[in-house]
Ligand binder design. Structure first.
Ligand code: IPM
Ligand code: MN
Length: 355
């Protein structure tokens, strides 16, 4: 019997369902080709379900998702729901509940894709950001006093635990070793100002580094890394950083790799349930028009296959995406591809079948 993976699908809001449908098309083609099967269960979490029912995550959701091998997510965020409710109540909640302590974000410029960086090409932009995904400023620690008065005080604390920092750094070293490129791991922090949090990061980084003599280590402050990502992106192989800095630098990374239309990420619990998503959001203004770029969602599916332990299938998907970007698409942005959303999915499927 062929191996069957159980995939929990959360199409979510806005253009999420449109891009997830293309990802599933590609997953079906590649799984057939590689001799395994995927069984999908759809969950309605998102803005519409919330407005209809008042439920953010329905009772029983955790148990249902826990039975899956991976979660495939479209986008969360609805223009008629106050910002934060769905993001915190679904996306961050699932990351935290399933202890998906790694947010893995490849920044790779493919041939045929324009980068806003002058004189830089695919040989220069190919690195991976390992973002801590369960702690830092995202932990929700803090509070406020005298809200709405002139004396209001708001405190939001960054939580950094030795265990949380160490497991993230260890993952980054392992990932860098297994990626087997320049074998250089850069810690991105702010040791000159955030002297408690990044002192812990720095000490842990140095201690763990002693176990990886084959990996070259480097350090850059977060502000400087923004500068270098633009000026000399070819310096980077793998970057490891905390939750907030990782959030910020990966949007910059998405732009230099060609835009949100192709940026994908994985929320990974190496010992548990992981969740894969295009990082571009729900793009409400493009919803239902069939013009959104599904490549980010297809690349998220590729990351999912890698994590599930199907590297050959992941390779087929990446090669197909590379060909479509190089040979077919006229642009990356919504409405500028020269093809509709589903035509782009069909092109990728055709390359998978032809490979
Ligand atoms: C991301 C997003 C989320 C984050 C938001 C939607 C909460 O920006 O995945 O990067 O900040 O992590
Ligand atoms: Mn973000």
């Amino acid at each position: 019997m062929a191996k069957t993976y159980q995939i929990a699908v959360v199409p979510g809001d806005g253009t999420g369902p449109e891009v997830v449908a293309e990802g599933i098309k590609v997953l079906d083609a590649v799984s057939q080709r590689c001799g395994f099967a995927l069984d999908y269960t759809h969950y309605p979490f998102g803005g519409e379900h919330y407005q209809k029912t008042g439920e953010i995550l329905p009772a029983g959701s955790y148990a249902a998702l826990a039975a899956a091998d991976a979660v495939y997510l479209g986008a969360i965020g609805h223009p008629d729901v106050k910002p934060g409710i769905l993001e915190k109540g679904i996306l961050l909640d699932l990351r935290f509940h399933f202890d998906q302590y790694i947010n893995l974000r490849p920044v790779k410029l493919y041939e045929g894709v324009d980068t806003p960086l002058k004189d830089k090409g695919p040989a220069d932009i190919d690195f991976v950001v390992v973002r801590e995904n369960t702690e830092g400023l995202y932990a929700g620690a803090g509070g406020c006093l005298k809200r709405g008065t002139p004396d209001e005080v708001a405190v939001q604390e960054s939580i950094n635990t030795r265990k949380g920092v160490e497991r993230c750094i260890r993952f980054a070293f392992d990932y860098c070793r297994q990626r087997d490129r320049a074998k250089r791991l850069t810690l991105c922090g702010k040791t000159n100002v955030l002297t408690y949090a990044f002192n812990l990061w720095e000490r842990t980084f140095q201690e763990v580094a002693a176990e990886y003599p084959d990996i070259e280590t480097d350090y850059a402050h977060v502000d400087a890394i923004c500068m270098w990502m633009v000026k000399n992106p070819e310096w980077f192989d793998v970057i490891v950083t905390d939750n907030m800095f990782g959030d910020i630098i990966t949007d910059l990374g998405a732009m230099i790799q060609g835009g949100m239309g192709i940026a994908a990420g994985g929320n990974i619990n190496p010992e548990g349930l992981s969740m894969f998503e295009p990082i571009g959001g729900s793009a409400p203004k493009y919803t239902g028009q069939g013009i959104i770029n599904p490549i980010a969602a297809i690349s998220a599916a590729q990351l999912m296959l890698e994590t599930l332990g199907e590297p050959a299938a992941a390779g087929f998907v990446e090669n197909a995406v590379m060909q479509v970007l190089r040979d077919d698409l006229k642009g990356i942005a919504a409405g500028k591809m020269g093809y509709s959303t589903s035509e782009v999915g069909d092109l990728v499927v055709a390359k998978v079948n032809a490979a």
